[in-house]
Every structure is written in structure tokens, then in C-alpha cells.
Write a protein that binds this ligand. Structure first.
Ligand SMILES: Nc1ncnc2c1ncn2[C@@H]1O[C@H](COP(=O)(O)OP(=O)(O)OP(=O)(O)O)[C@@H](O)[C@H]1O
Ligand SMILES: [Mg+2]
Length: 233
């Protein structure tokens, strides 16, 4: 399979002098197209920092990052924004839906800046994405009319609507009970079966077991990287 993410000696530091902290300490990582990877590790170990860099939301202090053979450091900000919009989808612990805005309009939001979509096409794409998460009947509902699990499904539909290559999910089940967590993980699993690369951050072992590969971070380094021979179905 082709390499999608290729990271060499990636470092991230914050602050200066005595306040200087190295949050990522020279990571090496490759992820192939079609993988389902979980990143685990204690609070503060650098999971979100790594995900933000991989997702082009932040830049490393040093090191090489190639995304789909593009050298990220060489790209200007507007090109990064375009790549984020076209290739990447994000799901966070907080669902981050706009209040007083219907499901389909929340889902269509990432397409507003996409000149390839007319208004009518945006609506169709949003409805298809809602269908993919089993919420087509709730397309008119407002966030406060939906359960937490349903709101997260809308957020996943929003991540999907631009047909991204990679879905980044940072603690997507962190605010959900077990039943809703399992539903969200089934959706991510099905998206992966359909060919999308999924990169998931979690500190819950039962959630990580859906992934085919589990990476463990500690104190800014990768301390374990192993294949999960029996991913949860
Ligand atoms: N903007 C920032 N300025 C200074 N330090 C930061 C900044 N962002 C993150 N850090 C520090 O970097 C370290 C790693 O943070 P990060 O959010 O990546 O951890 P995490 O593994 O995602 O933790 P959690 O499981 O709690 O979400 C932490 O010690 C954090 O305090
Ligand atoms: Mg985090």
C-alpha cells in the first residue's frame, strides 16, 4: 500500500529558556493509505499535538513531514488550508456544531469554500453524508434536539462531506456513554472498511481495539507500535 503519512525526526517545542518544553521528541512514523491507527498514551504525552501536526492544524518545530508525497514545510498557509479542506476530515471530543443551525447545514459547512460545489450540490452531499452515519431523517434537526451520540454522528458526517482521504478523530467518544461510543466506533470502522484512512486518538483500550494498529506514546516519544491481530468487529 502507498505511504500517506511519512514523518522523520519530528519535534515540537513550546516556550523559551527555563519555560522550554519539548512536547514531541523526534518521532518517526509512517502510515499507509487504508490503515486504521489508534494513538494511545497518558494525558500530556503529545497525542493531540501530533494529530494537529499530521492534520495540518499546526506546524512542527523541526523534522520532516510528507503527506501524500508533499513536503508540508514547503507549502504556504493557503495551500495547507486547501489540503485540509479537500483531503482531511476532523472529529473532536466536543462536537463543535453550530447552534441554531440544522444538521444538514452544519454538515455542508466545509463545502462553503469549495468552488466545485453549487448550493444544491452542497445539500445533496450533506444528505449523503448524513445517510452514511444513519441520520438522514434528522437532517433538519438542530443540535439541541439531538442526543450526544447523534451530535457526534453529525460531526462525523461533517468530517466526511468533502470525501477526505484521512479522518482524524481526537477522543471522539470522550463525551459519550458506552452504547453511543460503540456506535461511533462502528461508523469509523465502516468508513475504514470503505477505504478511508482513520487516525484515532484515545486513552480507552476498548476503543483502541477497533484499530488495526496501536501506537503508544509516552512523554513525547513513541514507545510502542504494534499490529492488533484481532480488531473489534
Ligand atoms: N500551546 C501550548 N503551549 C505550551 N504547551 C503546550 C501547548 N499545547 C500543548 N502543550 C503541552 O504539550 C504537552 C502535550 O500536550 P497534548 O495536548 O499533545 O497531550 P495529549 O497527549 O493530547 O493529552 P490529553 O490526553 O490530556 O489530551 C502537554 O504537556 C501540554 O501542556
Ligand atoms: Mg489530547
Amino acid at each position: 500500500m502507498s505511504t500517506l503519512v511519512n514523518v522523520r525526526d519530528l519535534r515540537k517545542t513550546y516556550g523559551l529558556g527555563s519555560a522550554y518544553t519539548e512536547v514531541l521528541k523526534g518521532l518517526n512514523l509512517t502510515i499507509a493509505a487504508g490503515e486504521f491507527v489508534a494513538i494511545m498514551g497518558p494525558s500530556g504525552s503529545g497525542k493531540s499535538t501530533l494529530m494537529h501536526i499530521l492534520g495540518l492544524l499546526d506546524r512542527p518545530t523541526s523534522g520532516v513531514y510528507e503527506l501524500d508525497d508533499l513536503l508540508v514545510a514547503s507549502l504556504p498557509e493557503d495551500r495547507l488550508a486547501e489540503l485540509r479542506n479537500l483531503k482531511l476530515g476532523f472529529v473532536f471530543q466536543a462536537f463543535n456544531l453550530l447552534p441554531r443551525t440544522s444538521s444538514w447545514e452544519n454538515v455542508a459547512l466545509p463545502l462553503v469554500y469549495n468552488r466545485n460545489f453549487s448550493t444544491a450540490e452542497r445539500k445533496i452531499a450533506a444528505e449523503q453524508a448524513l445517510q452514511a452515519v444513519g441520520l438522514q431523517e434528522r437532517y433538519k434537526s438542530l443540535p439541541n434536539q439531538l442526543s450526544g451520540g447523534e451530535q457526534q454522528r453529525v460531526a462525523i458526517a461533517r468530517a466526511l462531506v468533502g470525501n477526505p482521504q484521512i479522518i482524524f478523530a481526537d477522543e471522539p467518544t470522550g463525551n459519550l456513554d458506552t452504547k453511543n461510543s460503540m456506535e461511533i466506533m462502528q461508523i469509523l470502522r465502516q468508513l475504514n472498511v470503505a477505504g478511508r484512512t482513520v487516525i484515532l486518538v484515545t486513552h480507552e483500550p476498548d476503543i483502541a481495539k477497533f484499530a488495526h494498529r496501536i501506537i503508544t506514546m509516552r512523554d513525547g516519544s513513541i514507545v510502542n507500535d504494534e499490529i492488533n491481530p484481532h480488531p473489534t468487529q
